[in-house]
Design a protein around this ligand. Structure first.
Ligand code: NIG
Ligand code: FE
Length: 400
């Protein structure tokens, strides 16, 4: 019984109930489920009741309530649905080169980029990788994030990829108050000295079945782009992953248009991510599908490229999520609130669209929407009281 908690006098509570009702499409102000002077009762697992403080049912009065004194807004724990959390080293030198005019693709072509981080990650012990991941997780969490997607992809050989999957599993064990979704991104780049066909064959025949058997990952991802994997290679690879009953996702249409957003919609991916170069047909197909469009405006900012056509996706009725894409090459930030600021200023997203993008819609990208991203009886109690009166202060104070 003592584990039951009651919070009262929140300046506002945004439940996001209408967003859930509309499956995250066309989020409107009235979908936010805004409650002024709100209260919420919950136990360790679930929300039991939410509403106005004056209407708190009598049965909760016997518990000592914590008053938020009109100073705090309460929202679902935020969800960062696309991070490359597990890697060693950094690429500050490449950042300087890019500042001097080199492009991301030029740096990759001369052996830098992802392959550089792969070398550092292979050299680093499991224990050290875990320490790095724990420090990063703390920083993500500090800003109100409670669910984090974590990709591998800096091993590019079975041994190191499995090492990174074990690190992710240990991270999960060490942070029981958070939810992790682990994604195997072995197909992040073509390893040095191998062909894409040879590496994909190994993953399709050996690594994926092993990961399935040992339940080491929650989903499978692939980077489809010029200089990486092709759309037809991805199709075969993801069909294999589906046979093994994995949910799938795609790094799609980032550097050039490969029509991989269309592939994501066609084969029922949970998410299609990046979409800087998505085609008109890709937009229409995503809008009609159950695939969530995950936009990563920090990446376009950091690479100095054009942003994804967010308004077109939103107006077509796509379910749009926002995430950090935290990684050492194209988005070295752990701040989801900063990404929300980009959502507002660079993508032209409204308050309700931004709220949906880091709660319910991000939960959909991870297949967690039955529990996460909405405050309602029966839903997860990982709710957060932010030190601001209004939700939008989280990203108005940019860089927080
Ligand atoms: O999401 N696009 C592929 N992967 C990362 C970049 C990885 C890196 O540069 O290390 C991304 O942008
Ligand atoms: Fe990424």
């Amino acid at each position: 019984v003592s584990e039951l908690q009651v919070w009262t006098h929140a300046s506002e509570i945004l439940t996001g109930e209408g967003i859930r009702r509309n499956e995250g499409r066309h989020p409107q102000e009235e979908d936010l489920g805004r409650i002024l002077d709100g209260a919420v009762a919950f136990d360790q697992k679930k929300v039991l009741w939410v509403g106005e403080t004056s209407k708190l049912p009598k049965r909760y009065l016997k518990y000592k309530a914590k008053s938020l004194r009109g100073q705090k807004c309460v929202i679902p724990g935020l969800i960062d649905c696309h991070t490359h959390l597990i890697f060693a080293g950094d690429r500050a030198d490449e950042f300087s080169d890019r500042c001097a005019g080199a492009t991301y693709e030029e740096i990759a072509a001369r052996g830098g980029g992802i392959l550089k981080t792969v070398e550092a990650t292979r050299r680093t012990s499991e224990k050290e990788l875990l320490n790095l991941a724990l420090v990063r997780t703390k920083e993500i969490e500090r800003r109100g994030v409670r669910t984090i997607e974590v990709k591998t992809g800096y091993g590019l050989d079975q041994e190191t990829e499995l090492k990174c999957l074990r690190v992710a599993r240990e991270l999960k064990r060490r942070c029981p108050h958070l939810t992790f979704h682990i994604t195997y991104l072995g197909a992040h780049a073509i390893p040095k000295g191998r062909t894409s066909r040879d590496y994909l064959n190994e993953m399709e025949q050996v690594t994926l079945p092993l990961i399935a058997k040992q339940k080491l990952a929650d989903s499978i991802d692939i980077f489809v782009d010029r200089g990486y994997f092709s759309t037809s290679e991805a199709k075969q690879f993801l069909i294999r992953a589906k046979e093994l009953e994995f949910p799938i996702r795609i790094h799609a249409d980032e550097l050039v248009c490969t029509h991989s957003a269309e592939l994501a919609a066609e084969i029922g991916a949970l998410s299609a991510d990046h979409l800087l170069q998505i085609s008109e047909r890709g937009i229409q197909m995503l809008a009609k599908s159950q695939t969530t469009a995950v936009l990563l405006p920090g990446t376009a900012f950091f690479l100095k490229t054009a942003q994804a056509p967010a308004r077109k996706l939103l107006e077509a009725g796509a379910r749009v999520a926002l995430s950090t894409d935290f990684n050492p090459g194209s988005s070295m930030t752990l701040s989801l609130p900063l990404i929300m600021t980009f959502g507002a200023l660079s993508l032209g997203m409204s308050r309700s669209e931004i709220f949906a993008a880091v709660t319910y819609n991000a939960a959909c990208a991870l297949g967690l929407q039955a529990k996460k991203g909405t405050i309602a009886p029966g839903m997860s109690s990982d709710i957060v009281a932010h030190p601001f009166q209004k939700f939008e202060e989280i990203y108005y104070r940019f860089g927080w």
